[in-house]
Design a protein around this ligand. Structure first.
Ligand code: NDP
Length: 254
């Protein structure tokens, strides 16, 4: 088997209908994998499937809410029914609610934790039996610079993304015997819908990101294709529980 070849593989990307998720999904498609675009919004899913199929890959859309166990189980069942197997899971679905800790309601806290952290647990839990059946698998969890650092407006987001890294390490140790590798990617500041909203809400953010990022630019969704293919392919078969920053040097700068 060629190191970075994903021919014959099936990849599920939650939140694969836009932003970083779509960047990774396109990388998988280019490496030969079939791709399942899993998100809540049907129209966005359909548009992403079109974009991926244009690269010559097999792609399907599945509507899912990662906070609901029945929905997540249905996503896995639909994947296997339509594409025969599940080899790669990317837990990428995520949201941010920006306000200081004292202004957070319990419902807001719960929503961020449910989508960003519990959703990743539920999807991994549901995918596990299929990966065992395939005699191996790859789980890629999307953290953040907030997996490492804190910031005043990110109390639930930082808690969820710190949790993502520790959950990945725990799963990596539990499932190594099943030949399932579990790793985390930590994006720096990336130009997507999520940060477009932040740039509108937070004055001076654009300039601060440019000044603080050694690469001197915002990241692009396409910047994630290479690392995602590495972590999804045989090239990373002895890499598990690891955390890879894709951040233009942001986390290396003191
Ligand atoms: P987007 O807002 O473009 O993507 C978020 C995705 O999550 C959407 O595709 C959305 O699809 C999906 N989603 C949200 N809630 C749910 C849900 N309950 N069930 C299923 N899917 C859901 O933002 P990004 O591409 O920027 O974010 C992707 C990931 O990267 C997130 O985990 C984010 O925290 C992380 N990240 C982003 C950074 C950045 O700078 N952009 C920096 C660090 C981390 P739909 O609405 O159709 O459900």
């Amino acid at each position: 088997m060629k190191l970075f070849d994903l021919n014959g593989r099936v990849a599920v990307v939650t939140g694969g209908n836009g932003g970083i998720g779509l960047g990774m999904a396109k990388g998988f498609a280019q490496a030969g994998s079939a791709v399942v675009v899993a998100g809540r919004q049907k129209d966005k899913n359909a548009a992403a499937v079109k974009e991926i199929a244009a690269l010559g890959a097999k792609a399907i859309a599945v509507e899912v809410d990662v906070t609901r166990e029945d929905s997540v189980k249905a996503m896995v069942a639909q994947t296997v029914a339509q594409l025969g197997r599940l080899d790669i899971l990317v837990n990428n679905a995520g949201i941010a609610i920006r306000k200081p800790p004292q202004d957070y309601t319990l419902a807001e806290w719960q929503q961020v934790i449910d989508i960003n952290l519990t959703g990743a647990f539920l999807c991994s839990h549901a995918a596990y039996p299929e990966m065992v059946r395939a005699r191996g698998g790859k789980i890629i969890n999307i953290g953040s610079m907030m997996s490492i650092f804190g910031a005043p407006y990110t109390v639930a987001y930082a808690a969820s993304k710190g949790g993502i890294v520790q959950m990945s390490k725990a799963m990596a140790t539990a499932w190594a015997k099943d030949n399932i590798q579990v790793n985390s990617i930590l994006p720096g500041w990336i130009d997507t819908d999520l940060t477009r909203a932040a740039r509108q809400q937070v004055q001076g953010l654009n300039e601060r990101v440019l000044a603080r990022t050694p690469a001197g630019r915002w990241g692009l969704p396409d910047d994630f294709a290479g690392t995602a293919v590495f972590l999804a392919s045989a090239a990373s078969d002895f890499v598990t529980g690891a955390t890879i920053a894709v951040d233009g040097g942001y986390s290396s700068q003191g």
